[in-house]
Design a protein around this ligand. Sequence first.
Ligand code: SAM
Length: 481
Amino acid sequence: MEKTIDENVQGTTLVVEGKEVNKRNLYIESYGCAMNFADSEIVASILATEGFNTTQTLEDADLVLVNTCSIRDKAEQTIRKRLTEYNKVKKTRPHLKVGVLGCMAERLKDKLLDEEKIVDMVVGPDAYKDLPNLIKEVDSGRDAVNVILSKDETYGDIAPVRLNTNGVTAFVSITRGCDNMCTFCVVPFTRGRERSRDPQSILVEVKELSENGFKEITLLGQNVDSYLWYGGGLKKNFENASDMQKATAIGFSKLLEMVALANPKMRIRFSTSNPQDMTLEVIRTMAKHKNICNHVHLPVQSGSNRILKAMNRLHTIEEYFELTDEIRKILPGCSISQDIITGFPTETEEDHAATLKALEHVKYDFGFMYSYSERPGTMAGRKMEDDVPEATKKRRLSEIIALQRSHCQFRTEKHVGQIQEVLIEGTSKKSEHEWKGRNTQSTVVVFPKENYKVGDFVNVQINDCTSATLKGVAVGYSDNN
Ligand code: SAM
């Protein structure tokens, strides 16, 4: 299953082939959303020209960077534990420097340096180009902080180095920040206001990936549907743009089309969509281009209009259903996945029942479900009491997960009997004799390896399934090779 926050990759150390001239070792560990993993590739690219090779061995490191997540309290606690581990290594490697990157750096700023003294360097998500200067500061014995959020930084001019890659799938960031101000969410505070990346730099990056053998990209942003390029700058300042800028502006469906047309053999995915910003134009563009995958990740968060309002999600559940119904009409085979938060402040049993009803209505292919975690500084954190008892949150979450699991089974079974195109991503976790890949809907498919190889597009006859995985046998190459 594709995950917004993939628990399997949390804390992955990222490595890339080293340069001989580089004399220092960077150990970089990443947590959180796909955006963070993509950012670590930008950081490694910046530091590769500053004398650093990557290592997977903490004890060999001269610099440890941890790219952090603040989305829930649990994520921050995991990272705090890791910071104490790094500090233990410092006892035997006194020259070792430790830096915190990403959302926790932005949220806690110099608290980690001054009060807790557990790191040497704090670098927010918009300050990675300043890393060479900040490293010089820590090398000369001073602490270093840069948590300035930017109006226009998109890192569009930096070619990420692909870390721990399967050589087949890659993330391409298209927007940074978020303007939505959902009351539960820390992202607008840690990643700043929304800005979009120059489409030409996106096209160049995708072309390079294609030339290097990559077969699938995911266009990435907190809210991809809100993508708007009008020459640079914050999305909120678009109203002040010139008439010419407004007339030539490029929105998400246009960008999607440009990427699809420029790379007809490349599979294209995107994440995450926000229901309030997603247009049917995007769905029609998906229907028009065979290489855009039939999957929409459309977080619903709650099925109760009262809770949606309190969350500042700017749509009702009826409007959400209209959208999912239209998606199914325009693209009948399209999978839809969700994010849900249970136990948001004031949530009653009636609200919870509305969420279960929403699940029943859409019957999502898969989803990512969380208990509400109060985040300091957010509107809900400041104005609402976290009043749903933990035991109630836990029970509601398990009811939601159980229902979603039955829908996963329902949706997955529908693929059985079909021949589907699968892009091979690697060896199955369960058997070294089987490949693992995904169909266009993003459902995992496993099948015997035979003579196929990673990166091949293969037609697979689907014979069986579990709730999350399809099983089959290859019947030949697809025409996309
Ligand atoms: N930008 C996307 C959106 O608004 O739909 C996704 C942002 S977030 C990285 C991924 C998911 O984490 C959210 O969709 C939400 O379900 C969950 N999440 C965010 N803040 C949370 C909180 N305070 N407690 C629990 N879950 C949270």
